[in-house]
Design a protein around this ligand. Sequence first.
Ligand SMILES: Nc1ncnc2c1ncn2[C@@H]1O[C@H](COP(=O)(O)OP(=O)(O)OP(=O)(O)O)[C@@H](O)[C@H]1O
Ligand code: SF4
Ligand SMILES: [Mg+2]
Length: 317
Amino acid sequence: MRCRLAELLTAQDLVVELGRDRLRAVDGVSLSIAAGETFGLVGESGCGKTTLARALLGLQGVAAGRITLAGATVTATGRAGRAAVQYVHQDPGAALDPWWRIGATLAEGLTIHGVTDRAEQQARIAEMLAAVGLDPALGARFPHELSGGQQRRIGIARILLLRPRLVILDEPTAGLDLSVQAAVLRLLAALRDRFGLTYLLISHDLGVVRRVCDRIAVMYLGRIVETGAAASLFAAPRHPYTRALLAAAPHLDGRESAAPPLSGDPPSLRAIPGGCRFHPRCPIAIPVCATTAPAVENVTAGHQVACHRWQEESPHA
Ligand SMILES: Nc1ncnc2c1ncn2[C@@H]1O[C@H](COP(=O)(O)OP(=O)(O)OP(=O)(O)O)[C@@H](O)[C@H]1O
Ligand code: SF4
Ligand SMILES: [Mg+2]
């Protein structure tokens, strides 16, 4: 069998249920991340992005579906089967022990992964702090003695020390000033090239995703509604939700958008609408949308969408 080397991580029809009431935070998600690319996952707060990431990491069990890593099925292996996949926490402060000096936290990660020689630990930590643009002397500080941008860099250094292949970056620029955001994104691009990394970048900010991602998946209420190359998704979005997110995103190409703003709060996973989940907020919904969930269809080979009306001329073009 010819191996499709390009695929580093795939998910097929993944379902994740949370809590006693089995809230379906991920409901039939399929995606494929190619080695070396930066794959963006966008969607509003609460749509299931972090839950999906945790399932891909093996930190969260799945109710159904299959995950493969470098061609091997890892769905049932838990975290142990996925050392090559590491996660940069949505809240970098929370991922650092407030009572431990930075250097001790970094050394602990190496110890857990079998690097116990103290001199080797120190050398690798100093090298990695320099790689993320920090003075190795910062290793002597406590987390609260660092700025938000420095904490981000420490979070990145911590997981890169473990030499992962795929790094899941959960909201890597949230809470940072625009200039610090730009610096972090530049750093991530440089690290990707230097260490041959693949990224899954999670964000609710389409501006961030547009700047750095090769391909993008748009998530709504536990499902992926559109996937495509960043260029085609931004140039010709097919799903009304993608269009609405684009219309709402600041700092895009400066063109005025005629799309109406997205109305209402994102609906709750506890009361998922029937038919197309987006229909209560969709500006172009038709009766069938309330009763029948749209299938995922190919717009082109690399561009998929789930909407009954995707083939019609965009009413907002
Ligand atoms: N352990 C849990 N038990 C029950 N429900 C949970 C649990 N963890 C998360 N949820 C719920 O699952 C849904 C999806 O949460 P998730 O954190 O995956 O969203 P998200 O897209 O990452 O949001 P954000 O952009 O705010 O980080 C939310 O409604 C959340 O309240
Ligand atoms: S299927 Fe219907 S409700 Fe859903 S996005 Fe398409 S047009 Fe809107
Ligand atoms: Mg999240």
